[in-house]
Write a protein that binds this ligand. Structure first.
Ligand code: F6R
Length: 250
């Protein structure tokens, strides 16, 4: 389940290949997408390879994991903006099939119910990409979130706000709430790929490796998924027992 790659570029190449294989197998596949620094090389490589190989992405439906409450789609730190910049505007995605929660929606609860339902109606996510927070969150499911959770509104922990303040001018500007896909929605995906890169993920990846499946470490839920991969670069894997990790063949 745990695979170690030499660097983030090697992971990006591998994941881009998996995404393209998924699209070629099912041109109307449903992809679950994440934002954040970890995904940037993945999306850059995907854009490059899709163009090179002339892959048709126009049949895809995508659902993002999360969005900040209070940020509109034109706010540069909103996740819709990130997705346009890194993926949607760079390839021939059909915009009305690219779903993210709306950070300005007046009725967040109704929106949450609708979001989980839309994923079910689309036949569930075929391939879900995940990053991981320093506290083990996936999406914005912070420690203690129920494994039975559906799309919901979350108050962001101080740790997550501090981690994400690097994208904002100051900590005060980081929203205090977000909408996130729930852990049960994520677990209903047919395949899950969690990616962790860099030294600042080394500690949480060692914890994830050793942890039993526990709501105190949300990412640990994927250990009970039948088709989940955890891909790390050497820096993120530095505290894992080397002999127990599969070294990726690249
Ligand atoms: C983003 C998301 C988050 C990030 C995580 C890691 O859509 O759901 O769980 O994947 O916070 O972020 P980076 O990649 O910036 O370290």
């Amino acid at each position: 389940m745990f695979y170690v790659f030499p660097n983030p570029q090697a992971i990006a190449e591998y994941v881009s290949g998996l995404l393209i294989a998924q699209i070629q197998k099912k041109n109307n596949a449903v992809l679950g997408l994440a934002t954040g620094s970890t995904m940037e090389p993945v999306y850059a490589k995907l854009c490059e390879q899709v163009a090179q190989q002339n892959v048709d992405v126009s049949g895809l439906t995508t659902f993002n994991l999360d969005e900040y409450i209070g940020l509109g789609s034109d706010h540069p730190q909103s996740y819709r903006y990130y997705m346009r910049q890194h993926l949607f505007n760079r390839l021939a995605f059909v915009q009305h099939r690219t779903f993210l929660p709306d950070g300005l929606c007046a009725d967040s609860l109704q929106q949450c119910e609708q979001y989980s339902r839309q994923i079910q109606q689309a036949g569930h996510i075929d391939l879900q990409l995940l990053g991981i927070g320093n506290n083990g969150h996936i999406g914005f499911n912070e420690p203690g979130t129920s494994f039975a959770s559906r799309t919901h509104v979350v108050p962001l922990t101080e740790q997550t706000r501090i981690d994400n303040s690097r994208f904002f001018d100051s900590l005060d500007e980081v929203p205090t709430q977000a909408i996130t896909l729930g852990l049960q929605d994520i677990m209903e995906s047919k395949q899950i790929i969690l990616i962790a890169t860099g030294t600042n993920k080394a500690q949480i990846m060692a914890e994830l490796y050793e942890s039993p499946v526990s709501e105190q470490l949300p990412a640990s839920v994927i250990k009970s998924h039948p088709n989940a991969l955890v891909l790390l670069d050497e820096l993120a894997a530095q505290f894992l027992p080397a002999d127990l990790c599969n070294v990726a063949v690249v």
